[in-house]
Design a protein. Structure first.
Length: 119
């Protein structure tokens, strides 16, 4: 009978432990590699610089936007929509300047909308 693998086409002649010719040794991950993404390409949410006070700022920002009663948040969201701003932009204006924007504040609203393109 003989070995049937001899009669096979060349692409089938390699053994199961041999790697295909189109894959190099550099393409195969090492022992213990779980196939996940490389860690050195990950950029943390605070950027490539140091952490600094990132978490303190983030916590303060979250606290400022969370401590608003639901009725107040709904009223401010409607007012922001009427002015053509987002809720966050309107809330930020209140927190930064202590002013509640009105329809007469055309210049300030235009400045806020102009800053959108910078972000």
């Amino acid at each position: 009978m003989g070995d049937l693998r001899i009669n096979r086409p060349p692409r089938f002649r390699r053994m199961f432990w041999q790697r295909p010719a189109d894959i190099s040794a550099a393409d195969i991950p090492g022992i213990g590699h779980n196939g996940g993404p490389p860690l050195d390409e990950h950029i943390p949410e605070w950027g490539t610089g140091g952490i600094g006070t990132y978490f303190a700022w983030r916590t303060a920002s979250e606290d400022a936007f969370k401590k608003v009663p639901a009725e107040t948040a709904i009223r401010r969201a409607r007012k922001a929509e009427a002015l053509g701003l987002t809720y966050r932009e309107y809330q930020l204006e209140i927190l930064e300047r202590g002013r509640y924007l009105q329809t007469e504040d055309v210049e300030r609203i235009a400045q806020i909308k102009a800053r959108r393109s910078q972000r």
